[in-house]
Design a protein around this ligand. Structure first.
Ligand SMILES: O=C(O)CCC(=O)C(=O)O
Ligand SMILES: [Fe+2]
Length: 258
């Protein structure tokens, strides 16, 4: 029996490949990688901070950083946008926050799909997924599993803000046990970032996270204690602030699989 295309019988097909469906536009994967080429610097430094913990210095291009600020700004003021979260005791955190992909909040954790005002988080931009996927691949740490994030928590810090020492431990136990990595992106002013395997102040290490840096912590460091001690004023790239009009602080994206 002859084949049919668009319900029109096509007798005598000589070359099967000519009849294969062919898309006019790029596949999702190619599209993701294309965006990523625009976002990743061809040269960046790598610092091993611990087992499963890698810091890429100057990983993101200027264009990538501008794109990220603009993507966040697109959703910032709408439903599900930035708000001023509280902790369990009712005290306000010293930062503003919003989520992409799914909801996480310091009090309700992952329990709710909607915020108290009824809003849901905007979708996780595919560029963010691509960034996390590629950064984990670049880390090439032995035994660090690859993962596709389904949540991004965006924090906006003024120069007076900070974040106390904590663990990112609300995700599924299975993923935590496997050490599925967290990818953390820094944009704007620099942050003094503290981290350590215990809460003990004396054992904490300090590292500067600058605009364009990407920090990965997974594997044995997945449950590392960490926090932001200080934002350094006027320490970010002036061109970024001029182009994006980002309000003087620091933007951090934390991507992970819930
Ligand atoms: O801003 C940062 O560098 C860290 C953010 C963080 O640890 C978090 O949101 O859980
Ligand atoms: Fe964290």
């Amino acid at each position: 029996m002859s084949k049919q295309y668009h319900n029109i019988p096509c007798p005598n097909i000589e070359d099967e490949s000519e009849a294969e469906p062919f898309s006019l536009i790029m596949t999702d994967k190619v599209r993701r990688n294309l965006v990523f080429d625009r976002w990743r610097n061809s040269i960046f430094d790598r610092k091993e901070l611990g087992p499963g913990m890698v810091l890429f210095k100057n990983y993101l291009t200027h264009m990538g950083q501008v794109d990220i600020v603009n993507i966040c700004q697109k959703w910032a003021m709408g439903p599900g946008g930035f708000y001023h979260p509280s902790n369990r005791n009712g005290a306000k955190l010293r930062l503003h926050m919003m989520c992409f992909g799914r909801l996480w909040d310091p009090v309700t954790k992952y329990e709710k799909s909607y915020r108290s005002d009824g809003s849901a988080p905007p979708p996780l931009p595919y560029e963010f997924i691509s960034l996390a996927e590629n950064a984990i691949q670049d880390a090439q740490v032995h035994g660090l599993p690859s993962t596709l994030p389904d949540i991004c928590v965006a924090n906006l810090y003024s120069i007076y803000d900070r974040l106390g020492l904590h663990q990112d431990c609300d995700e599924h136990v299975g993923g935590l046990d496997r050490g599925l990595p967290v990818v953390s992106i820094s944009i704007g002013n620099s942050a003094e970032f503290l981290y350590g395997h215990t809460r003990d102040e004396n054992t904490l290490e300090k590292v500067l996270l600058e605009s364009g840096d990407v920090l990965i912590f997974g594997g044995k460091s997945r449950l590392i204690f960490h926090g932001v001690k200080k934002i350094l004023s006027d320490s970010g790239p002036s061109q970024l602030f001029q182009e994006t009009l980002l309000k003087g602080g620091r933007l951090n994206l934390t991507l992970k699989h819930h």
